[in-house]
Design a protein around this ligand. Sequence first.
Ligand code: SF4
Length: 363
Amino acid sequence: MNHLLSSVTHPFFAKTLLEWYPRHRRDLPWRHTRDPYAIWLSEVILQQTRVKQGLPYYFTFINSYPTVQHLAAAPEDEVLRHWQGLGYYSRARNMHHTAQQVVREYDSQFPTSYAGLLQLRGVGQYTAAAIASFAFNEQVAVLDGNVFRVLARVFGLTQDIAAPANRKVFQQLADTLIPADQPAEFNQAIMEFGAIQCTPLKPDCLFCPLQSHCYAFQHGMVSELPVKSKAKAARTRFFHYLVLRHADTIYMRKRGPKDIWEGLYDFHLQETESGELAAVALVAAVEAVGGQLDLQQVEEPVQAMRHVLSHQKVEAKFHVVWLQEPLPASSLQSTGLAAFSSSEIEELPKPILIANYISNSIK
Ligand code: SF4
């Protein structure tokens, strides 16, 4: 469906947004800089969370690592620890690697064009467009969830925005709308408009400057646009954590690749097909890591927690096991477990599920 010429003229769209933007924009720290590093940091964080929740993370990163060289030189554990709570830890690792790539291959200078920025690890079309326009004023349109929504509604685009093949329809339209003389302001304006005026559930159509030209409003389709097919249902995984303790020692291990939470620390894990772990299986699991257990040593009750990720749900139970002896070195080697004091585990990067358990339950 194409209502582009019947609903609104292109110059009107940009002009309206550029008038609306200075009167409504939020004052955000990354809007006061043209430093591509700071802009890149803010964009990576904002892909994970909303502005309000992202602000403290932005300040943590920019204060801890004021330049790309600082970030590149930081230990990965520390970067992941600062990222803790944002989820999708692969993004933090990619961000760290990208910083190292910029230092190593680009003499610590970010590429200054959209095409050049796309060569960086973990930098996709959206982030490249954001940096190229905000830092270098390149005329390249950003497409994020806010932009998809505004374009779908104002121009009556009914293509499914969850289908990657439809991206080009929106990109072509956005590229015709972005003015050559104010690309940065236009990109900021359309994203901000989607974030605070044309919001997903309660857009402020009554006081909207695009109302008389908005296809969705004029045709009673605001709640139907954009069209977005549902993601597949998340699968449920059942995690049984053995919280192995001896005196002041707590055993944790760093998670490996090819699963969620790579590089973060958790406890010894038994994954099962259901939410239960039989007593005999618990005994066997402790013996398998070289510990001795009689069931009197297991604290009751075990604690159950549910943690929802975008593509899987984790239901976790924590079985605290007090060991009579420290784990032998051979089992530390085979399991990847390492001994920490309770103050040391505070500093480790951890999935938020584990961090919450520790803060509630480990004294
Ligand atoms: S009229 Fe409503 S749906 Fe249309 S652009 Fe404005 S806020 Fe969005």
